[in-house]
Design a protein around this ligand. Sequence first.
Ligand SMILES: *[C@@H]1O[C@H](CO)[C@@H](O)[C@H](O)[C@H]1NC(C)=O
Ligand SMILES: *[C@@H]1O[C@H](CO)[C@@H](O)[C@H](O)[C@H]1NC(C)=O
Ligand SMILES: *[C@@H]1O[C@H](CO)[C@@H](O)[C@H](O)[C@H]1NC(C)=O
Length: 390
Amino acid sequence: MGILARSAVSRKPNEGMRLIITTLVGIAFGFLIGVSFPMLTSTKLNIPSQDLQGKNSGLSTHTLLNAFSALKGNKDTSIEAKKLINTSKIWVPSNPRGAERLPPAIVAAESDFYLRRLWGLPSEDLTIKQKYLVTFTVGYGQKDNVDAAVKKFSGNFTILLFHYDGRTTEWDEFEWSKRAIHVSVAKQTKWWYAKRFLHPDIVAAYDYIFIWDEDLGVEHFNAEEYIRLVRKHGLEISQPGLEPRNGLVWRMTKRRGDREVHKEAEEKPGWCNSTLVPPCAAFIEIMAPVFSRDAWRCVWHLIQNDLVHGWGLDFSLQKCVEPAHEKIGVVDAQWIVHQTFPTLGNQGQAENGKAPWQGVRERCKREWSIFSNRLLNAEQAYYKSMASDP
Ligand SMILES: *[C@@H]1O[C@H](CO)[C@@H](O)[C@H](O)[C@H]1NC(C)=O
Ligand SMILES: *[C@@H]1O[C@H](CO)[C@@H](O)[C@H](O)[C@H]1NC(C)=O
Ligand SMILES: *[C@@H]1O[C@H](CO)[C@@H](O)[C@H](O)[C@H]1NC(C)=O
């Protein structure tokens, strides 16, 4: 059967010859279907896998389709045809939503960012399958800082840059830029990009995902070593210890010099009702988060489409892992400096006599309260529905 189909292709026969061959193929096809369904699947799979490697793959698919219609038009084999149509009605509720009509074995629900060649065997495309993903949201003005940061990530990391200023080709001055993925959309925030381009099924190949700002000082940071510590201490959501340039916000994220990792901190009195809740535990900030694959599957859903700054997200990450105070932590031994360069803030718009960054800052705060209220309402609605639904 496979041989027949292929010879029809390679000889490029005239129409008469082609009709005979397709009819023969059709009869053989119908016969096989009549004999057993499992054979149908193996036959169907064999043909393309041999032919797709040739340049005539389109033609061979065409031949198959011809065979199929010849089969349908033939009265003697109409019963076989009906059987075929009945048995090919597939509905698999456990498939991903929308893909229920496909046989599960062909469903490719997940993807990755691996670069592939346009030639050769697909199975030989990848010499290394990177296990980690690092993204930076960047403007060209920060190129030197980003270059230094990227160099801290080994070849085991896929590098993905989100460009908010439209300048992408300039980055090719860096050697690593050619193997990086560049996504350019004007004036968006990293959470906007993350929601749209880092769907959990798209980044499923990666054990850990770094979603970082562009203004981090990485002199004391090594990514491979960071991963080792995160694994060792079972951190699903983490960040490097933070050495702030000016002012300190949270004690939890401040680097400690005497340990590898910490998961709790003491805050000012009144900040935490219990020692195990944010910002005293189960807490990291959003400038340099690192998520495990499983944690990201949850966090992606927590990110709201319309709230782009991510304010409030840090206090809610704990909802995604259990127990949060053990799986969220700060890696002290690999630490970073927050340089607080004015960056995306300046991409705002001057309004009512206020500087662009002021408008951005106001929106950040507004989003924080919208997010908190939305989450609270969603939780209340859930508990209410559970109470009324026995
Ligand atoms: C095809 O399926 C329908 C209902 O699903 C059934 O009534 C019919 O007999 C089937 N036909 C054949 C040829 O099996
Ligand atoms: C990349 O990962 C492999 C496998 O985990 C490891 O053996 C290798 O040392 C890593 N490369 C670097 C540069 O750390
Ligand atoms: C502490 O608990 C009180 C009452 O349960 C609540 O009103 C307050 O917002 C909580 N404070 C914090 C920081 O969570």
